[in-house]
Design a protein around this ligand. Structure first.
Ligand SMILES: [Zn+2]
Length: 281
């Protein structure tokens, strides 16, 4: 299989398998490091509308919003200066928590989301579109949080997102990192069987995300490491081979400890998340 990013055709098979489809292999390009599933044949027409990928297991929109609240707030805090009095688009806005917060500061906010229940839930309270084309253009800030790793052609999507931006607009792309310490430093078997997912067609790291952005004709302002899960979560994986350590052992998670741990992981590029800040070239 040719690499999507660099077109080389040599890869190694990573340990682990997709948690919901053990026949899918996890391939890592030996040239550029892009991680990809060995097949995207399971992504058919109307896949995203029907997959219920965000929340099949979640009981309600309210629960979904509670689950994303911490990320919504963190992203809002990070981007506040770029939101104030600006025209904002959140592509793949999920439950809409970030868009709702952005509305308090922006001149206008729109979301693009395929899942129908999000449209039903918000009604007129949020401006939501079912496609990028419907969202129009001229956006000062476009965000895509944990979206492009789901897409068969993320490069084209970045180009399309750039086309929606004002000439001095900013695009912020957040993705899970293929270099997550639990995968590439600790090599935790249970995590390797848990984190890979049929919905994540690609996993990027800071380098491959940078290459992708350049191929899409975008200028890379910065690609930053960010650690979403705290030390308690990692210790729990290593000790019990299970998720949820941050709920079970939250007493470990002092801000100082987690900041220091995250900084150590960031220094070696092993955080669980990478965030790219992009502009039109
Ligand atoms: Zn490659």
């Amino acid at each position: 299989m040719k690499c999507y990013l660099c077109t080389h055709d040599t890869h190694r098979v990573r340990k682990g398998s997709a948690r919901d489809n053990s026949s899918l292999k996890i391939l890592e390009c030996t040239n550029c490091g892009l991680v990809a599933l060995d097949s995207a044949a399971h992504i058919g027409t109307s896949h995203y509308e029907n997959s219920g990928m965000h929340g099949q297991a979640l009981p309600s929109m309210a629960q979904w919003l509670r689950d994303t609240a911490q990320d919504d707030q963190r992203r809002f805090d990070m981007l506040k200066p770029a939101i104030v009095n600006r025209k904002v688009l959140d592509f793949g806005c999920g439950a809409g928590g970030f868009a709702l917060k952005a509305q308090t500061l922006a001149s206008s906010v729109a979301g693009v989301e395929l899942e129908e229940r999000v449209h039903d839930h918000w009604g007129d309270a949020l401006t939501l579109h079912r496609s990028l084309e419907a969202a129009g253009g001229g956006y000062d800030l476009v965000t895509a949080f944990h979206v492009i790793e789901h897409l068969a052609d993320p490069r084209v999507m970045l180009k399309n997102l750039a086309a929606c931006m004002a000439s001095d607009g900013r695009l912020v792309v957040e993705v899970p990192s293929s270099e997550d310490a639990l995968l590439t430093l600790y090599a935790n078997d249970a995590f390797q069987k848990f984190t890979y997912w049929s919905q994540h067609l690609y996993l990027f790291n800071a380098d491959t995300l940078r290459v992708l952005a350049n191929q899409a004709g975008l200028k890379v302002i910065a690609v930053e490491q960010f650690q979403r899960y705290p030390l308690s979560n990692h210790l729990h994986w290593l000790s019990r081979n299970q998720p949820g350590g941050h709920q079970q052992w939250g007493f470990l998670d002092t801000p100082a400890l987690n900041a220091a741990y995250a900084a150590s992981l960031a220094a070696v590029g092993k955080c669980d998340t990478v965030i790219a800040h992009l502009e039109k070239a």
